[in-house]
Design a protein around this ligand. Structure first.
Ligand code: NDP
Length: 327
C-alpha cells in the first residue's frame, strides 16, 4: 500500500482525498518510481477541484509533475536507483500522476534529474518553471535579445511568472512584471523585475494598437491581457503565449501582426519533444539561481495540497508549492 491523493467521481460527486492505495492498482508502465516530491500547478488545481475538464479517467491520482527514484524498470535507459523528473505527457490527466508515494509510467516520458538540482529543487521549478524556460527559449529562437528592450511577464507572482522573471533577469533582459498583486512588488523586484505594472490596466478591452513598448513577452493569462500585450508590443517583437489564467479566449485584432510584424509564439509543455525538454532543464541548471528557488517556493505535505488547489485557481498562491509526498 502507498499514500496518494485520489480523485473519484461517481453518484456521490467529484471529490479528492488522501487514500491508502494498493500497489496492484498502479497503471501499466515499464518504470515504477518511488516519488519524493510533486507540486501544485494551475492544472492540478483544475484537476483536484474539478473546475476544469482536466481528468479524463477515474479514479485518478493527480499531479502533472514529479521527482523520484526508479524502483523497478524494464526500460533500456533506466535502472533501479536512477533519479528522474517527469513533466506532462498527460500524467495526472489520463495516467496516474505524481501526488502519491508511488508511480508507474512509460520510461520515454522521464528525464534524468538535472545535476544542478535536488529533487526538491527540481519540483520547486516543476512544470511551471520548465514552461517558463520553454517561453524564454522561444523568445531566443525568434531572435529577441536583451538590448532590444523591455520584456513583459504577465501573472508574474504565479509559478510560470516567477521563474520567467528570475531567468530573464539573470540573462540580462530588462523585465517588467505584470501582477494583480502590486503589494508583492518587493517580491518581484527581488526576483529581478526592473518595474512592476498593474494587471488591471490590461484586463479590459483595449484598442487594436497601443503605444509600442515590449520587445518580447511571456503571457500566462490569455484573453484581454494577451490581446493588450500584443497591441503594445514593438515592431517585430515576440509574444509567447502559454496560459489561460484570465481566460481561454483571445479577443484581439490582427493589427499587431500585419502592421507591426509581431510574432505570437505558442508554448506547450505537455507534448513537448524530449530533446527540447532536455535543453530546457539544462538551461534551467545554468540560468536560474538556485538561491531564488528558496524565495519562489514553499513545501507542504499531501493533505495540505488539497485546499491549495482551490487557492491556486483564485490566484492566491505566490510562486511555487512543492509537495513532499512522504510528509
Ligand atoms: P499560477 O496560479 O501559479 O499563476 C497564474 C498567475 O496568473 C496568478 O498567480 C496571477 O498572477 C495571474 N492571474 C490570475 N488570475 C488572472 C486573471 N484573471 N487575469 C490575469 N492574470 C491572472 O499558475 P501557473 O503559473 O502554474 O500557470 C499559469 C498559466 O499557465 C495557467 O493558465 C496554466 O494552465 C498555464 N500553463 C500552461 C502550460 C503549457 O504547457 N502551455 C504549462 C504550465 C502552465 P498575479 O497575481 O501576479 O497577477
Amino acid at each position: 500500500m502507498f499514500k496518494g491523493i485520489l480523485i473519484e467521481r461517481d453518484e456521490a460527486g467529484y471529490r479528492a482525498g488522501v487514500k491508502d492505495i494498493d500497489e496492484a492498482q498502479l497503471p501499466e508502465g515499464n518504470v515504477t518510481l518511488r516519488v519524493s516530491h510533486s507540486t501544485i500547478n494551475y492544472k492540478d488545481g483544475l484537476a483536484i477541484t474539478g473546475k476544469g475538464p482536466v481528468v479524463r479517467k477515474f479514479p485518478m491520482v493527480p499531479g502533472i509533475d514529479l521527482a523520484g527514484v526508479v524502483e523497478d524498470s524494464s526500460h533500456p535507459e533506466y535502472k533501479a536507483g536512477d533519479a528522474v523528473v517527469l513533466n506532462g505527457w498527460g500524467v495526472g490527466e489520463t495516467h496516474w500522476g505524481g501526488l502519491a508515494q508511488k508511480a508507474r509510467l512509460n520510461g520515454d516520458w522521464l528525464v534524468p534529474l538535472p545535476a544542478a538540482f535536488t529533487p526538491q529543487q527540481a519540483m520547486a521549478i516543476g512544470t511551471a518553471g520548465y514552461t517558463a524556460m520553454l517561453c524564454v527559449l522561444a523568445l531566443e529562437r525568434h531572435g529577441v535579445k536583451p538590448a532590444d528592450g523591455e520584456i513583459l511577464v504577465t501573472g508574474a507572482a504565479g509559478g510560470v511568472g516567477s521563474v520567467a522573471v528570475a531567468v530573464l533577469a539573470k540573462l540580462g533582459y530588462t523585465v517588467v512584471a505584470m501582477t494583480g498583486r502590486t503589494n508583492d512588488a518587493d517580491y518581484l523586484k527581488a526576483l529581478g523585475a526592473a518595474e512592476v505594472v498593474d494587471r488591471a490596466d490590461y484586463a479590459t478591452p483595449g484598442k487594436p494598437l497601443g503605444r509600442e513598448r515590449w520587445a518580447g513577452a511571456v503571457d500566462v493569462a490569455g484573453s484581454h491581457v494577451l490581446a493588450n500585450v500584443c497591441a503594445t508590443t514593438k515592431y517585430r517583437g515576440v509574444v509567447t503565449a502559454c496560459g489561460l489564467a484570465a481566460g481561454m479566449d483571445l479577443p484581439a485584432s490582427v493589427a499587431p501582426f500585419i502592421l507591426r510584424g509581431v510574432t505570437l509564439a505558442g508554448v506547450d509543455s505537455v507534448m513537448c519533444p524530449r530533446a527540447d525538454r532536455l535543453v530546457a532543464w539544462q538551461r534551467l541548471g545554468s540560468d536560474l539561481d538556485v538561491i531564488k528557488l528558496g524565495q519562489i517556493s514553499r513545501e507542504v505535505g499531501l493533505a495540505e495540497a488539497i485546499p491549495l488547489a482551490t487557492s491556486i485557481l483564485k490566484g492566491e498562491v505566490r510562486g511555487r508549492v512543492v509537495v513532499d509526498v512522504n510528509r
